[in-house]
Write a protein that binds this ligand. Sequence first.
Ligand code: ADP
Ligand code: MG
Length: 702
Amino acid sequence: MQLGDSIKFLPGVGEVRARLLEKELGIRTAEDLLWHFPFRYIDRTKVYRINELTEDRELTHVQFRGRVTGVSYTGEGRKRRFTVYVSDSTGSAELVWFQGVKWIEKRIEVGREYLIFGRPSFYRHELSMVHPEVETMEQALTRRTESGMQGIYPSTEKLSAAFGTKGLYQLQCSLWPLIRESIADYMPRAVCEKYGLPTLKEALHDIHFPPSTEGARRAQYRLKFDELLGVQLGVQSRRTERLQKMEGFYFPKVGELFNDFYQKRLPFPLTGAQKRVIHEIRKDTVTGYQMNRLLQGDVGSGKTMVALMSMLLAVDNGFQACMMAPTEILARQHFATLSRLLQELPIRVAILTGASKAKERRTALEGIASGEVQILIGTHALIEEKVQFANLGFVVIDEQHRFGVEQRARLWTKNARPPHILVMTATPIPRTLAMTLYGDLDVSVIDELPPGRQPIRTYHYTDAARLKLFGFMREQIKAGRQVYVVYPLIKESEKMDYKNLMEGYEAISRDFPLPEYITEVCHGQMKAQDKEISMDRFKRGEAHILVATSVIEVGVDVPNATVMVIESAERFGLSQLHQLRGRVGRGGGQSYCILMSGEKLSRESRERLRAMCETTDGFRLAELDLKLRGAGDINGTLQSGMAFDLKIANPTLDVQILSLTKEAAEEILSHDPSLSLPENRGLSALKARYSGTPQIDFSRIS
Ligand code: ADP
Ligand code: MG
């Protein structure tokens, strides 16, 4: 058999099952099957005693030896059920069949000993197994297997029905001897040696039939390395190509606007990190290449100021700049902030959003087309066809995780030459990971908060402590501070959430009565204009309490607000909680975040809330988040956005392998940029396999 042969030629498959394999798992050829890896192994060298199999051990597949003590039949026709009673010296168990009774009853002999394998379940604390595999001890001892660890493969219900639970494993067992000789390694020997990689043949053998847990790990390491190296070769070549091809606008001047603003209008000294990033951007814009930069900075680290100063740089050089925000509220806020900061300077700023009225819209569109308006702030509306810039040179995208990569690409097409692009995000992602996900972006980090910020104190209260909470809110309001109260809004239960929010709002209005206290409400079902009015009141300090859904999550800036109360905090993810908490602690005053939840919490929720109380470091929380949510979940989300399919590597968790492959790719490409040396030919194919552009929508990761 050849690797490229249809899987239907593999003994035990045939036309019908081949079609099923293709439909369910996309497996068409022998090679596809070979690259279908187990996600877990069962140790078949371990034989349990019955009394070791207890409910609390949460074992998924086990085997034990038992002697048949009797059988019984119950029910009739389609409800017929065949039960086999077995025992060993430590206890007894029941094996149950609803199907295939005719077949199994012939194989069961009372008084005989069998090796039984299956998924344990418990009925009144008694062990039972439905449709286990049974073999006589003689059969078990002569059974030929590739190793003691049996792989469990990703499968589907239909496939399990057609092939049985062990089906994919058995297919692998029969495939291996047929193709083992045709596996050729494409990895240059030098790379294998440097990174301690087993050969491809060893790795493929051991991933399916590991000699030990360590052997499985080594095989996984090699196969993950291959995938991530493929990704890195693609990313890095693309970047080189972009730098060669994409001519970018040239911003040679640091001009009057920039200097004037820097010397006279800056409301505070920049932090070292802000200065460094502005410098990095400045360096990018004098190379003649197009800048494509990701700016990561924790919430409150002052990204807006960096955006503003970079836009001034563009305007000084005769270009227009625009800044795109993910929400209406945020766009309005940026517009207000920038207009205020720039009011004394000879520069025109306009705003355009989906909710812009005719006049505002006209001002923006005409001003932008004629070049009179130099800076345009807005939402997605900025990428509509109608928006024609006279000479757009610089684009800022705030809070990237709300924008798909495609939208970013569309902005480019607004010019013959692409503008420089600065993408800003507060989602902390390890740098190497960002490289993989965002393809060819350069990354800058603001790793320093403005001075004078006191760490936010975070507490977790249950509903029983509500009176205490209200007392605390009164104290803070008396001291001149403002308070946010945030309710979850999850799409599936929107109605319920909305009800909770309104009830909460009413309760607070009752407990904090007028005229002493003024409470505003803001949520997604309100008209844009009404939202704006209540946000404005809160921003101007005319309201003490803002009850809101997570619409305020991103970017809202009210330095006098020092208390963030998060209701049903257990329903938010860690990164969302962190974002919300970032709404306070923006002025000089001590700020607080109060996480409210019910008494009953899952282990995971409890850990999330505890982590929030323990640290304010976004990177640490992001790491913990990955751990808590596990590989599958996150990988699924990431992969759904990737143009290529990673079968085994998870760039989120395999960060170390990722950075090794980055280094390896750099080295390989530095000697052979087009991968045309004979020893690198195989890598060229590997690169091609992973060369799609990733399409990540970060809103789905938070
Ligand atoms: P984010 O990075 O979350 O977008 P912002 O740009 O909204 O943060 O800044 C958060 C707050 O910190 C704002 O009130 C801003 O005016 C203030 N700020 C930004 N830079 C500095 C600085 N260098 N010194 C003092 N305050 C600053
Ligand atoms: Mg911001």
